[in-house]
Design a protein around this ligand. Structure first.
Ligand SMILES: Nc1ncnc2c1ncn2[C@@H]1O[C@H](COP(=O)(O)OP(=O)(O)OP(=O)(O)O)[C@@H](O)[C@H]1O
Ligand SMILES: [Mg+2]
Length: 344
């Protein structure tokens, strides 16, 4: 059973995607946080513009909802080119990629989401395309087989992945810029919410209420914006449009988000380790099987934030709850836990 979660960083519905789109920063100057990434992009864009070259290929990795797609749009915007969107799973055959690449104008950005899911056969094609703006396709077969080289216009590939470990070394090596996006701190999320509340014409929302939402957004802009809309709905329907702290608290409680930003799935994950495995250590597969959840989802979406908050430790022996988890939630911690001595 996959749990529906308010805090899911994935876009859930077309309505949601639309809302995300309208709140998306439209220029690099509106992109909050990730200062090193923004600086690296600024420098690269300015340098290649001076040399009149296409921008280097960029690989962005990090948990969902942190702004990878947004950044791809902004790079294209800065370069004054168009962005074409596709994804690893959508490119099933070499010819899909050929189609996508030959449509590009000089300098355009091809954005490939979930690039770690690119089939190996397509990956082969992409190497010469990235290096020499060329694709080699074989035509005919048997005795008459020959390779046809198609020259492409120079382009920029921007790849995004939530699983950087699954991107092959030869693939990774062909990107000029690779960057890991990190979770946003409360101050950055507050800034994002302030901008969003202006766009949503919620000027009356007090700073304090926005800070409450920021603190419960799991370090993720997409979640922050979604919670903001839920609180707005709640205020409108249950509180005469009064967007105040108490209303924010009530709305978020109704959504099942606690004061650490954890939702039911996060808590179920921690509870499973505590109750079934006495605090760990335990392997991810075992936790997933016990919960009836997908190990990949837990690994990509649930664990990174719990690790970052220090509720979970990954030791040589497996996943273990930390003393902090014991203190905050009263969970079991294995008395011999390595997490007591080392934390990653
Ligand atoms: N740095 C930022 N500043 C302001 N808003 C942001 C920022 N990053 C993301 N957002 C907001 O969060 C939403 C989600 O971002 P985006 O779709 O780019 O995430 P993503 O990393 O591509 O996620 P996924 O991996 O799920 O595709 C955007 O629509 C935008 O409103
Ligand atoms: Mg995206």
């Amino acid at each position: 059973m996959a749990t529906e979660r308010i805090i899911t960083p994935d876009a859930v519905s077309p309505v949601d995607e639309q809302a995300n789109f309208s709140l998306r920063p439209r220029a690099l100057t509106e992109f909050v946080g990730q200062a090193e990434l923004v600086e690296r992009i600024r420098i690269a864009v300015e340098a290649v513009k001076q040399r009149d070259e296409p921008m280097d290929h960029v690989l962005l990795d990090g948990p969902p909802g942190l702004g990878k797609t947004t950044m791809a749009h902004l790079i294209a915007e800065e370069m004054g080119v168009r962005v074409h969107l596709t994804s690893g799973p959508a490119l099933t055959r070499g010819s899909d990629l050929v189609g996508a690449l030959t449509k590009l104008n000089a300098g355009d950005v091809l954005f490939i989401d979930e690039i770690h899911r690119l089939p190996p056969a397509v990956e082969e094609f992409i190497y010469p395309a990235m290096e020499d703006f060329r694709i080699d396709v074989s035509v005919d077969s048997g005795m008459h087989a020959r390779t046809l080289s198609i020259q492409l216009k120079p382009f920029t590939l921007i790849g995004a992945t939530t699983r950087s470990g699954l991107v092959s070394a030869p693939m990774r090596g062909r990107f000029g810029i690779t960057h890991h996006l990190r979770y946003y701190d409360a101050e950055e999320l507050f800034e994002i919410l302030r901008r969003s509340s202006r766009r949503l014409e919620l000027e009356s929302a007090p700073e304090s209420a926005l800070r409450i939402i920021a603190g419960r957004s799991r370090g993720t802009p997409r979640i922050a914006n979604r919670l903001l809309r839920r609180v707005r709905d709640y205020a409108q329907v249950r509180a005469d449009g009064d967007f105040v702290d108490d209303v924010a608290h009530r709305a978020l409680a109704l959504e099942g988000v606690d004061e650490h930003g954890l939702d039911e799935l996060d808590r179920a994950y921690l509870r499973t380790i505590s109750e079934t495995y006495r605090g760990g250590p335990v392997g991810l597969e075992a936790i997933a099987a016990t919960m009836g959840e997908d190990a990949g989802t837990l690994g990509d979406v649930v664990e990174p934030y719990l690790l970052q908050r220090g509720f979970l430790a990954r030791t040589r022996r497996g996943r273990e709850l930390t003393p902090l988890a014991a203190e905050r939630f009263g969970f079991h911690v294995n008395p011999g836990s390595e997490a007591l001595f080392e934390s990653e």
